[in-house]
Design a binder for this molecule. Structure first.
Ligand code: ADP
Length: 399
């Protein structure tokens, strides 16, 4: 059937629509008034019988192009559990009205099919049928109820489309995560092998020029950077899959920060790092994961500020039983808009995209680690002046 009209059969108000729309369709085809009335009556009788049993029926009116001859056709669908019988007056009466009346039973449900032949003299063709479809698509609602129904159905359609969109983007996201997980895992093996060879070269007693030694140092430096990036990729994929696990230890904060800073001083030798500690407290942390946070914040402070400027670390005990640790630099800073986004996955400010290497994963991972330690992380910043990244951790006073 070439569908022209669809009406969901939910309540008595739909009977009026079923009747008026079937009548209109027959009229538009140029059928006689008697045929219009007969068809519309048969359709609304079946619709009534269905509505008596369910609020989940469907009426479709259209053209059946079979057997070289067009017929006006109505198809009423309802659940397969519902049995319409001749005891039902409307059902019995409708059979008498239309020349072709069939009941179709399938696994999906039952249908009543009614057809009235369209005389050839009316010269119906595909173009006229398309015009008919367009007419009913754009026809003004018959009453306020139909206008509400139309609005509802377009809302449903939009909701359906949005659901589909979300489903599709979830699928793409899953595939991307899968790819990141596999790629970072595959990259790890050759990197480990290269690192092992570099260590062997460095440890070797063989004769080697200073120039070659310099090259080896450079390879070592770049491989370390690559290792960090691959580790970040692995962490992101673990985070997405909810597999980031923590080994928590109770440690004294001041000693931990002092150790961290002495390691970082070797990694960022061209900045002055100053530390201002507070009363020593105990914190419950995963030492390696927290090291990642420090290394990211200090590494960024150095990366996004001129050499020879200073980076300061400060601690402060807050009233809510947390300790605030802040890392401040005298670097490029960032706009207010960027401040709200820098902790998002893969976010990089437009100022640094072409000037500094990076993937925008470090702060995303750091914020996840801090959140998983029941802390908060944020940034205060002024463009051209510098940034302060601060985070909190719950603490206990030392005994
Ligand atoms: P990456 O540094 O690899 O790009 P991050 O997640 O560590 O990734 O940082 C995200 C972005 O936040 C950076 O690209 C940069 O634009 C901005 N940013 C981070 N730290 C600083 C900082 N100390 N000063 C200015 N901008 C920063």
């Amino acid at each position: 059937m070439i569908n022209v009209i669809s009406i969901s059969l939910e309540n008595e108000m739909d009977l009026i629509l079923a009747h008026k729309r079937s009548m209109r369709m027959a009229e538009k085809l140029g059928l006689t008034i008697a045929t219009q009335t007969t068809f519309a009556t048969a359709v609304s009788e079946i619709a009534r019988s269905v509505i008596e049993h369910t609020d989940n029926g469907l009426l479709e009116v259209g053209i059946d192009p079979q057997n070289q001859r067009y017929s006006l056709m109505a198809l009423v669908s309802y659940e397969k559990e519902i049995e319409l019988s001749n005891n039902d007056e409307g059902f019995y009466y409708a059979q008498k009205l239309v020349p072709e009346f069939n009941i179709i039973k399938t696994e999906q449900g039952n249908q009543v099919e009614m057809k009235i032949g369209i005389p050839r003299s009316l010269k119906l063709d595909k173009i006229k049928i398309a015009a008919l479809q367009l007419f009913f698509q754009n026809d003004e609602p018959i009453n306020a109820y139909e206008s509400l129904k139309k609005r509802n159905s377009s809302l449903h359609k939009i909701a359906g489309e949005q659901e589909e969109e979300i489903r599709r983007s979830r699928f793409i996201d899953e595939k991307k995560n899968e790819f990141i997980a596999v790629a970072s895992h595959e990259l790890k093996t050759p990197i480990t092998v290269i690192k092992a060879y570099i260590q062997m070269v460095k440890a070797s007693k063989d004769e080697c020029s200073d120039r070659l030694k310099g090259y080896v140092e450079k390879i070592d430096y770049q491989i370390n950077k690559l290792t960090m990036l691959v580790q970040q990729l692995l962490d992101v994929s673990k985070m997405e899959n909810g597999h980031l696990v923590y080994t928590m230890d109770k440690i004294e904060l001041n000693g931990y920060i002092t150790d961290m800073v002495s390691v970082m001083k070797n990694i960022i030798p061209n900045h002055e790092i100053t530390v201002s500690l507070c009363t020593d407290v105990e914190v419950q942390i995963d030492k390696l994961r927290m090291e990642q946070v420090f290394s990211n914040l200090l590494g960024n402070a150095a990366k996004y500020s001129p050499e020879q400027t200073s980076i300061s670390i400060s601690c402060e005990l807050l009233e809510d039983q947390t300790v605030k640790i802040a890392v401040s630099d005298q670097g490029i800073g960032m706009s207010d808009e960027d401040r709200t986004s820098v902790f998002n996955k893969f976010y990089r400010t437009k100022e640094v995209v072409t000037t500094h290497a990076g993937l925008g994963m470090g702060l995303y991972i750091a914020s996840k680690i801090i959140n998983d330690h029941q802390g908060r992380i944020w940034v205060e910043s002024e463009e051209g002046v510098g940034s302060t990244f601060a985070f909190t951790l719950p603490y206990q006073l030392n005994n």
